[in-house]
Design a protein around this ligand. Sequence first.
Ligand code: MG
Length: 155
Amino acid sequence: MRIGFGYDVHALVAGRPLLVGGVLVPFEKGSLGHSDGDVLIHAIMDALLGAAALGDIGRHFPDTEPMLKDADSTVLLGQVMAMLVSKGFKVGNIDATVCLQEPKLSPYIKEMTTTMSSIMGIGEDQISIKATTTEHMGFTGRGEGISAYAVALIH
Ligand code: MG
């Protein structure tokens, strides 16, 4: 068994969609990024790559690559899963926490879980997605950004 850890952060700005775990969350701001800025998927991808010692998301999907402009992170996650499968790895479980002051993510967690489990080809009982505010402290608390932490166990 191997464990991996991932972390990601994106600025929140007007005029961008807020995509979290492959789900569009209605909000006045969205995540700024070269890709679609899905912070949860990026943290999970880095956890998976880390567990397999396959480098990081920036190495496989550089933000200088024009082809990856506004890239669909669900597709990139599928590519990371293919890399792990080709090395003979299976996912044991994923646990992730999204940090966001607003909006509340709880109404969307179930859809995120379903979406992520189908992309990754794992059961919904193998992926845990949680959300927290930072009690109005720091960049997250001021609504300037969104971040996510994830751990992945693979075998
Ligand atoms: Mg990112």
